[in-house]
Design a binder for this molecule. Structure first.
Ligand code: NAP
Ligand code: MG
Length: 400
């Protein structure tokens, strides 16, 4: 059997701990036997980030800008405990944060559905993807603990000396005060990433804010989305047979719960924080959640939503058998290979990515799965196996 050829390299970002072990196994068992993998490899494992003073993270983000598609393994974000564990020179920043900032990207999280794990919401038969705006609002707030009576004002002083002033409130006693901001440029990037991603997966895009109450702040989000949609994406959406739909956040929540799923829900920063945890939990398992970073100019970085699964890794180091779920990491690979195939017009590569996903789902639905899924399983009998045996079962289906 001849292997599938690639033309442009995939940017490959290796990572840490248990997911690094799975990464090598996935390549060995599910990629190399079928694809002549062309990748530009960046080792984002913590020891190499430390050795390169985190330059490798920056290089990998630049490579993503150059080639357009990356696949990333989960990585450790160092904290005080990691400083001693890895004897680090510095407490390096989160690679995801660095890459997201360099690509000016938006993160889209979507669950992988299998028939034996039922979402808590009975009507959900298709995934709901959440896009969270990652800049500003309450995450960049300024707060005052108001000590007693006095007047609070909102003042903007322009560089040209122009002043805009409004009274927020005249306090008669103690209270609290908060200032928040956002940027037209950041909201525009968010909107472009959402429209690009919707076109890429051919799903409707929903967007919700509280513009009836926040007539300037939230209304600006609504207006920027609408302007960009009308000027840049309307014709493409119509051609793809998908819709852009704006509604109030409370109406959106009610509609989401009654829906079948199968759409993208774009949320402001706080709404996205809260709603993504709610939606992820209701779909069942963090180990079955994928994540894609999309830049406003259509660069894609695929990964699993979970971390490096440290607890399993420490058991693995002691020689104990682990049953860590590799599905979200497999889907990061299939997502990236499919996108590479689309961009390079390689139908065989796209078909392989689809087969890899199908073989993974079929393996689970045939009753072979990792321990975390076996605990949630509501289908007929199932068999919990270790990660390696699970990957081997997928490889067998894929060969057939
Ligand atoms: P985690 O790695 O997501 O794991 C938390 C727990 O969730 C695990 O202990 C395990 O539960 C379960 N779990 C997650 N993924 C699983 C999988 N694939 N298969 C089976 N069970 C899974 O989160 P964490 O332990 O809080 O963080 C560990 C490290 O990951 C940290 O250093 C953090 O900085 C990093 N992190 C990286 C990313 C990223 O690169 N995108 C994201 C988040 C965290 P049980 O122990 O009950 O089996
Ligand atoms: Mg949260």
């Amino acid at each position: 059997m001849s292997k599938i050829k690639m033309t442009t390299p995939l940017v490959e970002m290796d990572g840490d701990e248990m997911t690094r072990i799975l990464w090598a196994d996935i390549k060995e068992l599910l990629i190399h036997p079928f694809v002549e993998l062309k990748s530009e490899y960046y080792d984002l494992g913590l020891p190499h980030r430390d050795a390169t003073k985190d330059q490798v993270t920056i290089d990998s983000a630049n490579a993503t800008k150059k080639y357009g598609v990356a696949v990333k393994c989960a990585t450790i974000t160092p904290n005080a405990q990691r400083m001693t564990e890895y004897n680090l020179h510095e407490m390096w920043k989160s690679p995801n944060g660095t890459i997201r900032a360099m690509l000016d990207g938006t993160v889209f999280r979507a669950p992988i559905l299998v028939s034996g794990v039922k979402p808590t919401v009975r009507t959900w038969t298709q995934p709901i993807t959440i896009a969270r705006h990652a800049y500003g609002d309450v995450y960049r707030n300024v707060e005052i603990d108001v000590p007693g009576a006095g007047k609070a004002e909102l003042v903007f002083t322009g560089e040209d000396g122009q002043e805009i002033r409004q009274t927020i409130f005249s306090f008669k006693g103690p209270g609290i005060l908060q200032g928040v901001h956002n940027l037209d440029a950041s909201i525009s990037s968010f909107a472009h990433a959402c429209f690009q991603y919707a076109l890429s997966v051919k799903q409707d895009l929903w967007f919700s804010t509280k513009d009836t109450i926040s007539k300037t702040y939230d209304h600006t989000f609504k207006d920027i989305f609408q302007e960009i949609y009308d000027s840049t994406y309307k014709a493409q959406f119509e051609a793809a047979g998908i819709e852009y739909f704006y509604t109030l956040i409370d109406d959106a929540v009610a509609r989401v719960v009654r829906s079948k799923g199968g759409f993208i829900w774009a949320c402001k920063n706080y709404d996205g924080d809260v709603m993504s945890d709610m939606v992820a939990t209701a779909f069942g398992s963090l180990a079955m959640m994928t994540s894609v970073l999309v830049s406003p100019d259509g660069k894609f970085e695929y990964e699993a939503a979970h971390g490096t699964v440290t607890r399993h890794y420490y058991k693995y180091l002691k020689g104990e058998e682990t049953s860590t779920n590799p599905v979200a990491t497999i889907f990061a690979w299939s997502g990236a290979l499919h996108k590479r195939g689309e961009l390079d017009d390689l139908p065989e590569l796209m078909a392989f990515a689809d087969k890899l996903e199908k073989a993974t789902i079929d393996t689970i639905e045939s009753g072979v799965m990792t321990k975390d899924l076996a605990l949630l399983w509501e289908g007929s009998e199932c068999q919990a196996v270790n990660s390696r045996a699970f990957l081997e079962a997928i490889a067998q289906k894929l060969s057939a």
